[in-house]
Each structure stands twice: as C-alpha cells, then as structure tokens.
Design a protein around this ligand. Structure first.
Ligand SMILES: NC(=O)c1ccc[n+]([C@@H]2O[C@H](COP(=O)([O-])OP(=O)(O)OC[C@H]3O[C@@H](n4cnc5c(N)ncnc54)[C@H](O)[C@@H]3O)[C@@H](O)[C@H]2O)c1
Length: 455
C-alpha cells in the first residue's frame, strides 16, 4: 500500500523504518541535491529525467559535476547500495514510488508569460500512471494557485482518482542557495509545507520532519506555500532594484554609494543591498512575472513591481554606458578597443547563465561593433561559443593581453587569484577596470582606472 493510503500507525512505521521510495522528477542542479537529502535521510530514490545521457550516467552511479557539495558522493554511495536508480519512464518510477517530488524548471517566454506546459504535460503523464496512495509534492516555484487550480484537476482527470481521498498533493518550495543546497535543506531552514487538503499537509509534513532539522512550517494551503516563494523572490528583486537605483543616483550626484551604504547599514533598520550589472538566474528575474501574471488575471497592475524589474533589466545597458564613457575619458574609441568580460555566470562560482546580465551586455556591445571577449573558468571555450556568439579564450592571462577595458561580472574565485599588478602588465595601459561586484579595494593609478557601479 502506498504512503498516502496507509493508516496513521503504518505511515509512522514506514517513516521510522525509512521504508519508502521517493521519485524525484528533474535530476538537475536542484533535483540532484534534493534527491541526495532523501538518500541521506535513509529513503530510496528513483531519479526521473527526460535527458537520456543523464539517465545513463546516473545508472552508472555517476552524477554530473554541478559544484554542489555532497552530490557526487551521495549518488555514488546510494547507487552502490542499490538505494538509487534513474529512469526515463514515468510509469516505472511511479510503480516503485510512494512519494513523488517535482523539481523541473518553469520559466517565462519572450512575452514574460509563465511557460507551464512542461509541468502540465508532466502532470498528465503522472496522472495516467498514478496509483492510489501516491503523495505528490511540487517543489518547483510556481505562479500562486497553480498547484490547486491547475495541477490538481489535471491529475484527477487523467487518473480518475480523487485528490485528498485517493492521493495527496501539496507544495513545498525549495529554499536553497546554489552551492549549499543539501545543508540548506537539512540544517539551515525550516521546510514550508502546504497541502491542497489537511491530510496532504499532514503527510508531507511528517515526511520532511524525519530529516529537516529546523522542522516544518505548516501553511494553511498549497497556495499560501506557493506565495512564500514568490513573495520572497519579488521582495529580493525590488530590494536589489532599490540598491541599483540609488547607486545610479549616487554616480550623478558625486557621492560614493558604498561609503553611504556602509553608514546606512550600521543601524539595524538599514539593509541596503549591493548594486550590480543586473539580476540573473532562473529565480529572481522570473518570479515577479509569476506574480504580475497572477494579478493581471484579476485586472490589477503593480507599477512598483514593474518598475523594479525595469531598473534591474536596464543595468546591463548602464554597464555598457559606463564602458563607453570611461573609454572616452582615456581617449579610446569604443569600436577599436578590446573589451574583456570576466564571467558569463550570473553569480560567482555557480555554473548558471540563464538570464545572466553578461548576455545582455554582450548583445548591447555588439550593436556598437566593439571588440568583445568573454572568459569564464566554469565553461569550456566550446560551451561559451555555443551559448553566445563572442570571442573567447580559456587562458585568463592570454585573454587579458592588450585589453583596453576589463569588466568583472562574476566574482569567481579564479579572478581573485590574479592581482591588479599582473593585470597592469598584460593590458593596454592605461586601461579601465570596471568592477561590478565591488571586490577590488585598490585605488586607481596612472596605469589603470578602477570604476564601480555607484561611484
Ligand atoms: N534556490 C535556488 O537557488 C534555485 C536555483 C535554481 C533553481 N531553483 C528552482 O529549482 C527549479 C529547477 O531548477 P534546476 O536548477 O534544477 O534546473 P536544471 O535546468 O538544472 O534541471 C532541470 C532538470 O529537469 C529535467 N526535466 C525537464 N523536464 C522534465 C520532465 N518533464 N520530467 C523529468 N525531468 C525533466 C531536465 O532535463 C533537467 O535535467 C527551478 O525552476 C527553481 O524553481 C532554485
């Protein structure tokens, strides 16, 4: 009998004995570490993915390199102990599984509309193979209300089963930071849980409670649980937008943004974030559009959220304007200058470039016919060239040769290994060093001008 159909005593026993199998749909940068947390807790896991090569690799006990501590060892160990296998087949996974966890990405299209089809199609497929007693947990961030209003009817229609009676369904957002996903889930934060009915909330909570050290926060519904993740994303996007806006104003009124920020943040109510070249990744830039879609359906608008997005998406253009202006100040022609961008990834030490501001900077610079080069130690030359049409070079010293302008976009550790003095000896001095991450503490010299957003 599957977990949701068990009586309370049997469910408690199954949890205590870890006698349950979890199917995780989406073996990506989030799905793999999530699967490892279940394995570390003692459960068995079936990993499901549509990527054939990935499934073959996982079935050799090998996890792809995603720079997430604990993942490669966790998969290898569980595979050897026969606690883990991967499959392309929804049916095979559902036969084995008691609990189904979904963590496939939902993004927005060119018109900023959430693209739900990958998930709704998956729900149809799961519905067809659903067995009485399954418990389904959505972890992928969704527009508010999707689990109850969109996914539940699809599952019921395709399975002929009734939600809350025959199977359970709920939402439990992953609240993690790339690079420390396993620790965030197991030790750092409580798990937010909201079922579409009380029994689903109860069973999902009991499950996570067996290994999440900070415990579970039970929400009144799946919809309120969805709102937690979306509201947090919007809150962060707007706070970054305020930092970006104030930094741009500081530049105009001849005030050092960072000096002011340090002083403001010296009291508890002051928490101005860092400005930057924009907001990337498939979370923060996407979730405000989920909420805008939600309220648009109700005929409401939010100028505030729209403005925040506008500020953040205009930052790559601001970076390009700064490059132009500063090159002009050292009497260089933009079209004849070598501009080296350091970092395709949207964040230091994370191999993720979706919505990365670097991509917009390259597109903007290419409109000016500038001589643009891109370096990122986390990507091979071939990978970079497949992602974007730009000149690349894997050797950092080589790419910096004769550069007129170096733009630091991702604070990868590798970039901390090269000193400004070394850079001075490679570049076409005097040159511009545009530090969008505010990591350099050195001052400008006659060989180099250090430029930052907000100064
Ligand atoms: N907190 C964070 O820092 C953070 C970061 C990234 C993503 N996320 C969340 O995690 C979600 C997933 O992101 P990710 O980084 O793991 O994405 P990813 O692109 O690394 O991996 C997604 C995986 O899902 C697979 N997939 C797609 N459709 C599938 C289907 N129908 N069935 C089975 N597998 C399928 C893909 O082949 C891929 O392997 C995001 O949408 C977001 O909600 C959170």
């Amino acid at each position: 009998m599957k977990f949701f159909a068990m009586n309370s005593d049997d469910a408690a026993k199954a949890l205590a004995n870890r006698d349950l199998t979890i199917a995780v749909f989406g073996m990506g940068k989030m799905g793999l570490p999530i699967a490892v947390t279940f394995l570390e807790a003692g459960y068995s896991v079936v990993g499901v993915d549509i990527n054939k090569e990935l499934v073959v690799l996982l079935n050799q006990g090998v996890a792809p390199v995603i720079r997430e501590p604990g993942v490669e060892e966790g998969i290898r160990k569980a595979f050897n102990e026969k606690k883990f296998f991967a499959t392309l087949s929804t049916e095979e996974a559902l036969v084995s599984a008691d609990i189904i966890v979904i963590i496939i990405p939902i993004i927005v299209d060119d018109n900023k509309q959430p693209k739900l089809e990958p998930l709704t199609n998956l729900m149809k497929e799961i519905g067809k193979h659903l067995i009485k007693g399954h418990l389904i947990i959505q972890e992928t961030t969704l527009p508010i209300g999707t689990t109850e209003r969109v996914l539940k009817p699809i599952l019921e229609e395709n399975s002929g089963l009734i939600c809350g009676k025959d199977f359970g369904l709920g939402f439990s957002p992953e609240r993690t930071y790339s690079g420390r996903v396993i620790a965030d889930i197991i030790t750092n934060y409580p798990k937010i849980v909201g079922g579409v009915d009380d029994q689903s909330t109860e069973r999902i909570s009991l499950f996570y409670d067996t290994f999440v050290e900070k415990g579970v926060i039970k929400m009144s519904s799946a919809t309120t649980a969805e709102a937690v993740k979306v509201f947090k994303g919007v809150y962060r996007d707007l706070n970054i937008a305020i930092a970006n806006e104030l930094a741009r104003i500081a530049e105009k009124i001849d005030v050092n943004f960072y000096e002011v920020r340090d002083a403001v943040n010296s009291e508890p109510a002051g928490n101005i974030l860092m400005p930057g070249a924009g907001v990337g990744g498939h979370c923060i830039p996407v979730y405000p559009h989920f909420l805008l879609q939600n309220i648009r359906d109700l005929g409401i608008d939010s100028e505030f959220i729209v403005s925040g997005r506008k500020v953040n998406t205009s930052m790559p253009q601001h970076v390009v304007e700064k490059i132009k202006e500063e090159l002009l100040n050292i009497s260089r022609d933009l079209e004849k200058s070598k501009i080296v961008l350091l970092g395709l990834a949207y964040r230091g030490n994370v191999k993720e470039h979706r919505y990365s501001p670097t991509i917009d900077i390259i597109k903007n610079l290419k409109n000016t016919n500038a001589n643009v080069w891109l370096h990122d130690p986390l990507y091979t030359k071939e990978e970079l060239e497949t992602i974007i049409d730009v000149k690349t070079e894997e050797d950092l010293h080589l790419i910096l040769k004769n550069a007129d302008c170096v733009v630091l976009l991702a604070d990868h550790s590798v970039y901390k290994s090269i000193t400004l003095q070394e850079m001075d000896s490679l570049t076409n001095t005097p040159y511009i060093f545009l530090d969008t991450r505010n990591i350099v503490t050195e001052k400008s010299t006659e060989n180099r001008k250090i430029v930052k957003i907000g100064i």
